[in-house]
Design a protein around this ligand. Structure first.
Ligand code: F3S
Length: 295
């Protein structure tokens, strides 16, 4: 069995930066440190932080000064930052620079009078944060069908995408928006890291017999990777750690692909590769044993 590991698997630049900031604070901060929401969608990392006394909170009401709160890579709306600051809590902003750029853009276009449309998942923290930058007035859609449900919009429209949105879907929704409205200004805010990760997953999953997509249960970019790979390779499995690897009949699998979401730490990926290699070795050893027995 041949194992192909995606070169783009694992932490992206934004997540790496946020995780580094929190672990640095865990070592150096004299104040109590919190993260606003889990720093990334990964149980192992969140548990490690808990061991260092760093807890995730969901509301400014849960903390009091003096303390520090880290805003994760997804970012937040301006009112959240103001609420913490009003309580005298130090805000450490680990928002990914690409998300920050989109926040500034949405804020600028909103102030210029545009109606903001966000293409993404309305429940996702990044999108909840972005809407805060246009006073929660954005329409949020994630399918062509939802374009039909939008009201008539007289204003100029500014459209942005969740950084982890699937590009093909984005293009189709933009086409549909252009057919329905005349005045659409689009900004492709899909992150390059996501783009590369998704293209590589698409390519690998077309060439293998089985794909393992490693990532947290609630990780939106992992779910999208799974969606892309599953469309090409029915034997695609989403796993959180090596202990979730499904039972595999190694003899039927010639080539296996491994990819991982942006919030999957290296050590989890390495463990999965290691376990698959061990299975492979066992299979080789069994084949040798069979050969000797039959000779
Ligand atoms: Fe940032 Fe792109 Fe990662 S937007 S958090 S570098 S997926």
């Amino acid at each position: 069995m041949h194992i192909v590991v995606a070169s783009t698997a694992g932490f992206c630049f934004g997540v790496n930066n946020a995780v580094k900031i929190v672990f640095d604070l865990a070592e150096k901060s004299e104040d109590k440190v919190y993260t606003f929401g889990p720093i990334i969608h990964n149980e192992q990392v969140v548990n490690k932080l808990q061991e260092h006394g760093i807890l995730a909170i969901n509301s400014p009401e849960q903390v009091s000064a003096p303390s520090k709160v880290v805003i994760r890579a997804h970012g937040v709306g301006p009112s959240v930052i103001s609420e913490f600051e009003a309580k005298g809590i130090e805000v450490v902003n680990a928002t990914c620079p690409y998300v920050e750029k989109m926040q500034r853009l949405v804020n600028k276009k909103y102030n210029e009078g545009y109606q903001i449309i966000i293409i993404g998942d309305k429940e996702h923290p990044e999108i909840i944060g972005i809407t805060g930058w246009c006073n929660n007035t954005a329409y949020i859609i994630d399918s062509i069908e939802q374009v039909k449900t939008l009201p008539n919009i007289e204003k100029n429209i500014c459209v942005v995408a969740q950084t982890t949105f699937i590009r093909e879907k984005w293009e189709k929704i933009i086409d549909s928006l252009n057919k329905r409205f005349k005045n659409v200004l689009k900004f492709d805010t899909i992150c390059n890291a996501t783009d590369k990760r998704q293209s590589e997953a698409d390519k690998i999953s077309k060439e293998v017999d089985m794909v393992l997509v490693i990532g947290g249960e609630n990780s939106s970019n992992t779910n999208k990777l799974f969606e892309i790979c599953r469309a090409n390779c029915p034997e695609t499995y989403k796993i959180q750690t090596a202990s979730d690897i499904p039972p595999v009949d190694i003899k039927k699998i010639k080539k296996i692909g491994i990819t991982a979401g942006a919030s999957t730490p290296d050590w989890v990926i390495k463990e999965v590769i290691h376990n698959m290699s061990e299975l492979n070795k066992q299979d080789l050893e069994m084949s040798f044993a069979d050969a000797f027995e039959s000779s």
